[in-house]
Design a protein around this ligand. Structure first.
Ligand code: SF4
Length: 620
């Protein structure tokens, strides 16, 4: 087999059994890799009543066929499981160096079930695959744990690890790699914690075979030259994921004060120029990525002194800056380092704090609910206390550790007007009022409100361009509903191949067009797929994940935007604008053949895609 190693390690932490399964090429031909393969495996483990913290819930770590090759920006892995935050399909992906190392250890992925009696970590290499004691690591933060594991296993090993948030089952705990690469969303770190699994360590130097080596080499050379000449890649290298912060602020893409206002002049203090001046001290990259968009920061003194380490990404700056109304990059760098050490998702954490602040300032909750704290927008001290306490479920941190949807249940019906969740997941930092396509991008994202669950966001925002797919090249005015359902369907289908199964990074991958991506895939795997073939497989994977969501109770009513995200703002760049999600969904459901009441895909479409197991479960 080319690209793929053809092996997945199955681990049962209860019985301590490890089995390497040979994977037939036919499975990879159909489900491609990454979370496509993970969704197929997840369905095999599905049973009614499955719970996120049950022993039976599988934790599936998968690479794609190009991980470990020199192909740019594609050595990533996905982690999938039933999410403890949302109760539906959970998934997160991560860059860095772990995916390549897992392939060099001889594996395409791992499927972990059961629950250990004591804290453990998994060690995988071509020579040995073992469950090892991690009792001494339990309680340590992610930085300390990774350092200890590298000390034990050699500097040439790669580690993914959880911190106290995962150990204490915070439902939005993340998995951390090299201190600043995070599989952040949907609480995969808490699933690790529920199994008493602290980390996975990979080591090895097996090669990843490329099918058509000579053609691959000359194509790679050509593409690397394109990277050097691409202005977007230069902007990412220069300013990282925060490079478009100023643009987002100007166009109303950046949510402010829990999505409630349209203007914030101090916001410019969070832009790339200030980032460079105040906190930037270096740059980092992922395996085989010429872009190097990762930031290294340091705060040398003052109340938010922060040691040199990974810097905040755009989403964290937007959450802890714009949403909480704190225009201070030193503060945000400090918060980011705590979140990385503790191992939790800054999008859910920031949104949940903003949700509390908004309710407090509007008199829905008082100081008594907030354990005496004056949680106004802009209160840095209160936010810092929460961030320090969250992983340990102390003080107001305990409330925030629930995530906003569960917290709303504690407050009562009045809280709903302040929520920003879809299917239990807090919306990321791009506003559908500035770009109507996001109403569908968020509403139909299979893991809950998300801007990278499909390519709707990067394409409609303008930093990805796939002229070979007409619906992704011409999708009308951003403030009109026209052509958005067609865009959404194709962006989901192509995305399931591009950034979910092949696992291209949405930043580094945006230098490629669709033809180049397909060519890389074929040159590495030796397959002979057309763009249409891969779109068809992407479509199948999308329906499979949607069907899994339906099995866990998702209905059409769960596809709507929350009121916060579709209430027109009185001022600012999007003044008076909001998408009509009912109109968008009506057309979308027709295209997808989804029942507008139950939200389930029609039996015929599932049968035509040969998803027989799923059809039986949904229509028994
Ligand atoms: S663009 Fe940035 S995040 Fe993406 S692979 Fe390259 S360095 Fe990593």
């Amino acid at each position: 087999m080319f690209g793929y190693k053809g092996k997945i390690l199955y681990v049962d932490l209860s019985s301590k059994k490890l089995i390497i399964r040979e994977i037939p090429e036919s499975l990879y031909r159909e489900y491609l890799g990454g979370s496509g393969v993970a969704a197929k495996i997840f369905l095999e483990h599905y049973k009614e009543g499955l719970e996120a913290f049950s022993e039976e819930n599988p934790l599936i770590i998968m690479t794609g066929p190009m991980a470990g090759t020199p192909t740019p920006a594609v050595s990533r892995f996905t982690i999938s499981s039933l999410s403890p935050l949302t109760g539906i399909w959970g998934e997160s992906n991560c860059g860095g160096f772990f995916a390549a190392k897992l392939k060099f250890a001889g594996l395409d992925g791992l499927v972990i079930t059961g629950k250990s009696e004591k804290p453990v970590y998994l060690f995988v290499s071509p020579d040995s695959m073992e469950i090892r004691d991690a009792s001494k690591l339990w309680g340590l933060d992610t930085y300390e744990s990774e350092e200890a594991l590298k000390e034990e296993n050699g500097k040439d090993s790669e580690v993914i690890v959880i911190g106290p948030a995962g150990e204490n089952l915070v439902p939005f705990a993340s998995i951390v790699h090299r201190k600043g690469h995070l599989a952040g969303r949907t609480g995969m770190g808490a699933v690790f914690g529920s199994k008493l699994l602290k980390a996975v360590v990979a080591k090895g130097s097996e090669s990843v075979e490329i099918a058509r080596k000579d053609e691959y080499s000359s194509f790679l050379k050509e593409i690397l030259q394109n990277y050097r000449e691409n202005p977007l890649m230069a902007a990412l290298k220069d300013a990282g994921s925060n490079s478009s912060f100023d643009l987002s602020l100007q166009m109303g893409d950046l949510p402010l004060r829990n999505w409630s206002v349209g203007d914030w002049p101090e916001g410019e203090l969070l832009g790339p120029a200030y980032y460079k001046e105040k906190i930037l001290v270096g740059i980092e990259t992922c395996y085989a990525c010429p872009v190097a968009c990762k930031r290294v920061v340091e705060v040398k003194g003052g109340p938010f002194r922060t040691e040199k380490g990974p810097g905040p990404e755009y989403e964290t700056i937007a959450e802890f800056g714009a949403m909480l109304q704190i225009p201070d990059l030193e503060f945000i760098a400090h918060v980011n380092s705590i979140a990385n050490r503790m191992g939790f998702d800054t999008i859910t954490a920031g949104s949940t704090i903003a949700f509390l602040m908004d309710m407090y300032e509007n008199g829905v909750i008082g100081k008594d609910f907030l354990k005496g704290r004056d949680l106004r927008f802009g209160n840095k001290e209160a936010v810092l206390e929460i961030v320090r306490d969250l992983a340990y479920k102390r003080g107001v941190g305990e409330l925030v550790s629930l995530g906003s949807q569960r917290l709303a249940g504690k407050v009562g019906k009045k809280a709903n007007a302040f929520l920003t969740t879809i299917k239990g997941l807090e919306a990321p930092m791009h506003d559908p009022r500035s770009n109507f396509a996001l109403a569908l991008g968020y509403g139909l994202a299979v893991r809950g409100a998300c801007h990278v669950s499909s390519l709707v966001f990067p394409v409609s925002f303008g930093f990805m361009y796939f002229p070979e797919i007409p619906e992704l090249a011409d999708f009308g005015d951003p403030h009109s509903e026209d052509l958005k359902p067609q865009l959404a369907v194709k962006a989901e289908n192509f995305g399931m191949f591009f950034n979910h199964s092949a696992i291209w990074c949405i930043f580094g991958g945006s230098a490629l067009n669709a033809t180049q991506a397909v060519r890389f895939f074929n040159l590495v795997t030796g397959f002979d797929y057309s763009l249409e073939d891969l779109m068809e497989r992407g479509e199948k994977i999308w329906y499979l994940k949607r069907g899994i969501d339906n099995l866990f109770g998702v209905q059409a009513r769960d596809d709507r935007l929350p009121a916060k995200l579709k209430t027109p703002l009185p001022h600012g760049p999007t003044q008076g604008l909001a998408p009509d999600d009912e109109k968008l969904l009506k057309e979308y459901y027709k295209l997808r053949k989804i029942d507008p009441r139950t939200g389930k895909p029609a039996k015929e479409i599932l049968e035509s895609l040969e998803l027989s197991e799923l059809t039986t479960l949904l229509y028994r």
